[in-house]
Design a protein around this ligand. Sequence first.
Ligand SMILES: Cc1ncc(COP(=O)(O)O)c(C=O)c1O
Length: 468
Amino acid sequence: MDAAMFADMMAGIEKTLKPYQEGFAKYDYLPEKGMDREEILELMEQFKDMEASKWKEGFISGAVYHGNEAYIDFMNRVYAINSQSNPLHPEIWPSTSKFEAEVVAMTANMLSADRTSDEIVGTVTSGGTESILLAMKTYRDWARETKDITEPEIIAPTTAHAAFTKAGDYFGIKVVRIPVGADFRADVPATWEAINENTIALVGSAPPFPHGIVDPIEELSELARQHELGFHTDACLGGFILPWAEKLGYTVPPFDFRLPGVTSISVDTHKYGYAAKGTSVVLYRGAELRHFQYFSVTDWPGGFYVSPTFAGSRSGALSAVAWAAMVSLGEKGYLDTAKRILETTAWLKREMREIPDIDMIGDPLFMVTFQSKSLNVYQIMEYMTERNWDLSGLHLPPSAHLCITLRHTQEGVKERFLEDFTEAVKYVKEHPEASEGMGPIYGMAAAIETRGMVKSVFNWFMDLLYTV
Ligand SMILES: Cc1ncc(COP(=O)(O)O)c(C=O)c1O
């Protein structure tokens, strides 16, 4: 990485952190005497005011999926009532067990579990990444015990979330990544060719994070079924909106438990489920499979120990919030919010398709994703950043997206986005020499010979976040 580029990137990140690091009292040692509670609350309010306008006014992609003030107040009250609860101790907080069991059951039924059987089971987790990690660990242990596979492999499209690579790294699973087709969907014949005697599971997403286009889950899961493999649908992003899109009459490719080959699904309550950050659900076809996720130990002096997920103690309050979100919204609430999001997306896609030099990628239901043959999309992103917008930059190929949430359905937001975006495209066309923002970083990150260097920059970045 060249020094100027590195300095540029560093300066950008430091500029964001600086007001927080320098503008307020620093605590790198415990204060001798505790700080006044009112003062702490004032400080928190100040930080909130500095940060909230961007997401509240709909300038960011994804991240805050609901964000209505009164709704947040309600979630906060639910959290406060349950703040001491810990699902590790069901004997003390049986209500938390009830909440978690019902969150799992409601989610399973939303994803077409057979209501007359209890075949589809699952657990509450801390987020999409944990749901994916747990599912991959489960398949590893299942394949070891039932098939004697000691060098496990999973096959996933390149677009499946980075958490699958993380799972491979953590659990000693080889992750075979298959390039997606020209339509940005998983390549079924190439997946078939990659299956070997060490394959334990196949993966597809509904939809993947980058372009929002649902994989051919029906074909992939059938391939898995024929080979007696696990099949995981990653519906972290789409799981709480696609079922409602389908009910509203949109075309949604099948991805859930209606497909007999689908043996697990990850689905995030903390995205379009509209719960507070910190919960997701992982579902399995069959209690036996879920047993491979659990951990127990009987020879520890601390007593018998058993936990369903990675954490030991965890927040029961977040599970209560997820439950409260689901039962307070109900089917009608999810249908109404989905309708607004899908209509906003459709409007934006239609308008953006008219902009010269911009190529919209596919037809995602709740995302607008674009690339360009003639312009540098990272320059467009850079211009949008100057206008306060926070788009998600993508690479391989260079592109960017705005993931549509309820925040974008507020009056005037989509029009403001279109206006700024149109100007951004015009500006970049007229000033191709403008700063490329993250462009070169993406370019370099994609080049094999510099990946090691980029990794050390990422290490530096993580270290910076923990610098007082
Ligand atoms: C498709 C998909 N899977 C998994 C994840 C990971 O979720 P989390 O950030 O909650 O760990 C995301 C996050 O955006 C996602 O879009």
